[in-house]
Each structure stands twice: as structure tokens, then as C-alpha cells.
Write a protein that binds this ligand. Structure first.
Ligand code: 2AM
Ligand code: CA
Ligand code: CA
Ligand code: CA
Length: 269
């Protein structure tokens, strides 16, 4: 098992540096632009936070591939490289733009496409979630785990997200939300996929699903949930691959089968 100590230390430093920017600027940023459509937002803080993190990673690990959401902007990255970082400098931009303090910095390291290290930092609560493959999941240095007291959907607090890119809404509507709401304890949509995954990892939420996310949204959270004893898969229950777009289901593991059955995913519906 590789411990990735140096990589973890750097990722935590970079996430906290970007987090400081986000906290300082939440009610002070000026320009909000749109990307793919009216609801796909980006601010100067997304770009600044990304510059800071990418610079810190490249400076320390010049031989690694680094993929950042804003810099990537539609370009393809080389897969199969030994070590690739996936950076989401500000996950939850819509919340940020509206002044809702629920967003995070998400930094992951993948080895040959498989996420092995994840850091998710919430600058408003000063909560840093960390995980390295084989080393457990931690919140501000203390071990955390999924909620193992819940084993049925009717006791589960589920969470989902609505794709910002309007073109992905039909994909999202393949899931029958009414059915999900009727069968779980309750359903949330908090607006940051990374933090939602971190919350599944520490037991504040029981299960999460969302369609058409990108690797930088989920790579860190995937390591966290798995290291916290939970289960991560695609919506058909297959192992999650870091492809261009990802549909993800993550849970405490105990509800996973019932959760997937309720989502009733069919790829060609
Ligand atoms: P973002 O804030 O970094 O863009 C909200 O449901 C989640 O979906 C957020 O984690 C958000 O990440 C992510 N997301 C992915 N693609 C998006 C898009 N095109 N527009 C808005 N949010 C998107
Ligand atoms: Ca975005
Ligand atoms: Ca994101
Ligand atoms: Ca982002």
C-alpha cells in the first residue's frame, strides 16, 4: 500500500488556500458568467482558486498530470497516465453565487485512472475530509465512517443534485423522483456533489445519486465514501469509471441494493 503522505499534505494545504479565497469572496465577488447555458455559472473566484491549487500541485509534483475543471473547459485529458490529479476548485458555484455558504474545494489523485486519494474542504465550517486508499477516512484528522445503523431505504436520508447543464435534465428525469421520495425518509439537494459525498462518508447522509457529473466532482468523494466503509457504483451497480461524464450512486453500503432498485436505472430508457 502506498501511503501518499506528501501528496496528501500538499492537497490539504492547497484546498485550504483555495478555501480561504472562497470564504473571503463569497459576498464580494463581482462578475458571474455563464458557460454551457444560463444555469452553468462561473466566477473569477472559480478561476482564481483553480490557479492557486494547480500552481501548488504543479510546483511540488511537476511530473504528474493535473486536470482542473475551469482550465480543462471541454478539452480531453490523457488517460492511463500513472498519476493524475482532478481538481474542482469550487464545487457548488451556484450556491456561492447566491451567497449560500455550502461549497467546497475538492482535490483527488488517481493512479492509472483509479482514485486513490481525496481531500474535500468546506471553508465555511473549517471541515477538511481526507482519505487515502487503504488508510480510512478522516474529518479534521479524526476517523469517520458511514452510518451503519441504517439498513433500509425508509430510514434513509437521501441526497441528489440537479445538473446545471440544461441538456442533461432529460437524463436526470429517467429517475422517478416521486417514487424515491415516497420510499425514503426524506430527500435533499444541497448543491455540492463533493460535500454531499463527504457527508455520506461521515454518516450525515445515507445515500447520494446524480447523473452527468464530471470526474473532478466525484473522484475525491469516491475515495472518502469507500474508505468510510460505504459503497460507490454507477447507477446500474457497476464499478464507477472516471470517464468524461459519470452517473454515480454512493451509500452506506447497507442500503445500496434497495437504493439502486428504487432508482430503477435503465441506460436506454
Ligand atoms: P460545480 O458547482 O463545480 O459546477 C450540483 O448538482 C453539482 O453538480 C455541483 O457539484 C456542480 O459542480 C455539479 N455540476 C456538474 N456540471 C455542472 C454544470 N454544467 N452546471 C452546474 N453544476 C454542475
Ligand atoms: Ca462548474
Ligand atoms: Ca463540481
Ligand atoms: Ca467547480
Amino acid at each position: 500500500m502506498h501511503s501518499y503522505n506528501a501528496e496528501l499534505a500538499l492537497a490539504v494545504r492547497a484546498a485550504r488556500e483555495a478555501g480561504r479565497l472562497i470564504r473571503e469572496k463569497i459576498n464580494r465577488h463581482r462578475v458571474t458568467e455563464t458557460k454551457s447555458c444560463l444555469s452553468d455559472l462561473v466566477t473569477e473566484v472559480d478561476r482564481l482558486a483553480e490557479e492557486v491549487t494547480l500552481h501548488m500541485i504543479r510546483d511540488r509534483f511537476p511530473e504528474h498530470t493535473v486536470v482542473g475543471e475551469e482550465e480543462q473547459a471541454g478539452r480531453a485529458w490523457e488517460t492511463g497516465k500513472n498519476l493524475t490529479w482532478f481538481v474542482d476548485p469550487l464545487d457548488g458555484t451556484t450556491n456561492f453565487v447566491f451567497g449560500l455558504p455550502f461549497c467546497a474545494v475538492s482535490i483527488a489523485l488517481a493512479h492509472r485512472g483509479r482514485p486513490v486519494l481525496g481531500v474535500i474542504h468546506d471553508p465555511f465550517r473549517e471541515e477538511t475530509f481526507t482519505a487515502v486508499r487503504g488508510g480510512g477516512a478522516h474529518l479534521n484528522g479524526a476517523p469517520v465512517s458511514v452510518d451503519r445503523a441504517i439498513c433500509t431505504l425508509d430510514r434513509s436520508l437521501l441526497v441528489t443534485g440537479y445538473p446545471g447543464n440544461a441538456a442533461m435534465r432529460p437524463r436526470m428525469h429517467r429517475v422517478d423522483y416521486k417514487e424515491v421520495i415516497d420510499r425514503c425518509s426524506n430527500l435533499r439537494a444541497l448543491g455540492s456533489a463533493a460535500l454531499e459525498l463527504a457527508y455520506v462518508a461521515c454518516g450525515r447522509l445515507t445515500g447520494f445519486w446524480e447523473v452527468a457529473l464530471r470526474p473532478w466532482d466525484v473522484a475525491a468523494g469516491m475515495v472518502l465514501v469507500e474508505e468510510a466503509g460505504g459503497t460507490v457504483s454507477d447507477l446500474a451497480g457497476q464499478p464507477l469509471e472516471m470517464t468524461e461524464y459519470v452517473d454515480i450512486a454512493a451509500s452506506n453500503g447497507l442500503i445500496h441494493r434497495e437504493f439502486l432498485a428504487c432508482l430503477a436505472w435503465e441506460d436506454e430508457k
